[in-house]
Design a protein around this ligand. Structure first.
Ligand code: ISL
Length: 538
């Protein structure tokens, strides 16, 4: 496995519409992001992942693109974007753009042409059939929408406003590759590839045995041919890195996307945790980590994340966001930055921001949640019970505005925010975090700095010594004779951990912990609630 800049990356995800509003319209924007670049750089990260900011009617917060070559008015304009890229590079950071090529907006000129008539030259750029099959989409009861003009149905894996492109059509592929080169030639450093496992569709669209298990939307034959062609025609000609959003794959299937010798994608996000593990399940998490390590190590590169703009905040979902919020936020960070793979920090995670519970469905924006709410209430279910069932995993949990200070609107905007701010901004905010040397923020800084000094955290082998332990997670990373030991007590109670013989090194040096005053030197570690430690073993 050769060393590369992207394998050593720590990525910070910016959901720009919730990051910082520079012009008071209630939406974050690219100018606002530019004004906060020093804050991001100070954290020590070296790559920024920018959620989609292309022209869009914004039905799915930018994931419904109507013009790949323009910047969304809410976000700014191309000149602002070019200045942003320059400012990012000036600070020795890199920028990867989120790119949606499985579908476009239904307002994209390509689709407007395609839907205009059955013999339009772009008819075959999308997927049209005389009748639907029984598939659901991610966001609607049916993946097919009837179009009056031509009396056919078009296919959409997500919202009605997001028609899927027909990747079987070489004209579509070439148009996408040309657009990718446009952005790469501007100097970006890679892509996060949205829903990339959905590009291929099965011949004939057979009915699903269970329409509610939407795996049928992904990973069909032909997909890897598209990714190989994408790499051959675009990616390999640039010094970039790509990360594919790849739902519903096992480690063995995931390897097909990222094995270096397959020349498809550089890395992936899998969702065996965030899509398939609703709450913390330590033994299952350890098994997932072990299986992905064994499948990929030495062949392909993984990612580590527990939240993003689609998945609720990790300290709420997988940690403790109450009495041990700070210790828990630091423990989860320690785990993500010491497990094998590129760690991703979702904006606000570095100050321990939490999930939210808004009192009314009117306070929510997420199209996925609002569609599901309407679908369930239409079945006659009690609206309050439906709301409460959807709140914990609503994507809006992670989309509330960044909490910069305890002043009005958390310092996010001088206007009315597009979505309500989490009421706990009074105590959880950047200003407070910067001032507190023991804050989650400063812990992230130390962790990221440690990663730069200890390449075992990047390239080291991984060995879990606690596969059957429900609370203690103890593992090593070893590289070129250097060995780190990570010990985590993911629990609201204290636990002790008897170091196995293999770990009772002649001596060990504590490099980082989320508690002060760690004294003990023996081979029984007394771990306090949500305590995390990183040792160097000699
Ligand atoms: O949110 C999810 C379910 O928990 C994810 O599975 C997600 O919906 C899916 O993986 C695709 O997400 C991506 O494409 C969507 C967009 O709404 C998401 O924000 C984006 O991350 C359609 O473009």
């Amino acid at each position: 496995m050769k060393k590369t800049w992207w394998k050593e990356a720590v990525v910070y995800q910016v959901y720009w519409r919730s990051f910082y509003d520079s012009d008071g319209d209630g939406y974050g924007d690219l100018q606002g992001l530019m004004e906060k670049l020093d804050y991001i750089q100070h954290l020590g990260v070296n790559v920024i992942w920018l959620n989609p900011c292309y022209q869009s009617p914004d039905k799915d917060n930018g994931y419904d693109i109507s013009d790949y070559y323009q910047i969304m008015d809410k976000a700014g304009n191309m000149k602002t974007w070019e200045t942003l890229l320059h400012e990012v590079h000036k600070r020795d950071m890199k920028l990867i753009m989120d790119l949606v090529v499985n579908h476009t907006s239904d307002q994209h000129p390509w689709f407007l042409e395609s839907r205009s008539s059955k013999d339009n030259p772009k008819r075959d750029w999308y997927i049209w059939r005389d009748k639907p099959n029984n598939w659901r989409s991610y966001f609607t009861p049916s993946a097919w929408e009837f179009d009056e003009t031509t009396g056919q149905y078009y296919f959409h894996s997500f919202a009605i406003e997001q028609p899927d492109l027909n990747w079987k059509n070489p004209e579509v592929r070439e148009a996408i590759y040309e657009m990718m080169r446009f952005w790469l030639d501007k100097g970006i450093d890679g892509f996060r590839l949205d829903a990339i496992a959905l590009l291929a569709k099965p011949d004939g669209f057979p009915d699903a045995a269970n329409p509610n298990d939407i795996r049928y939307l992904t990973n069909h034959p032909g997909l890897h041919d598209y990714l190989k062609e994408m790499n051959e025609k675009v990616f390999r000609h640039y010094d970039i890195f790509t990360v594919g959003e790849v739902a519903f794959v096992t480690p063995e299937e995931g390897l097909k996307y990222v094995a270096e010798d397959r020349q498809e994608l550089h890395t992936l996000f899998h969702f065996e945790v965030c899509d398939e593990m609703p709450s913390w399940d330590p033994l299952r998490f350890k098994q997932i980590q072990k299986r992905w390590y064994e499948a990929l190590w030495g062949k392909g590169w993984n990612s580590q994340f527990l939240n993003n703009h689609d998945h609720t905040r990790q300290v709420t979902r997988y940690g403790n966001d109450q009495e041990y919020r700070m210790e828990s936020a630091k423990l989860l960070a320690t785990m993500l930055h010491t497990l094998p793979g590129i760690p991703y920090i979702y904006q606000g995670e570095e100050i321990g921001m939490t999930g939210v519970r808004f009192p009314s469905i009117e306070d929510y924006n997420d199209i996925a949640m609002k569609n599901k709410y309407a679908e369930e209430v239409a079945k006659g279910r009690d609206p309050q019970e439906v709301l409460e069932s959807l709140q914990p995993l609503s994507r809006d949990n992670s989309r509330t505005p960044m909490q910069w200070e305890d002043s009005e609107q958390a310092g996010f905007t001088t206007g009315t925010p597009w979505i309500k701010i989490n009421p706990n901004y009074k105590t959880i905010n950047v200003k407070q975090a910067l001032a507190d040397p023991n804050s989650v923020y400063h812990y992230y800084r130390k962790l990221i700095q440690l990663r730069k000094e200890r390449l075992e955290m990047v390239y080291g082998t991984f060995c879990d010594y606690t596969e059957n332990e429900p609370y203690i997670y103890a593992y090593t990373r070893e590289w070129e004779g250097q060995r780190l030991l990570v010990v985590l007590n993911h629990c609201d109670h204290a636990n002790h951990y008897e170091l196995p013989k293999a770990l009772t090194a002649t001596n060990r040096q504590l490099l980082l912990t989320n508690y002060q005053d760690v004294q003990e030197t023996g081979n029984t570690l007394h771990m306090r609630p949500h305590e995390a430690r990183i040792y160097e073993l000699e």
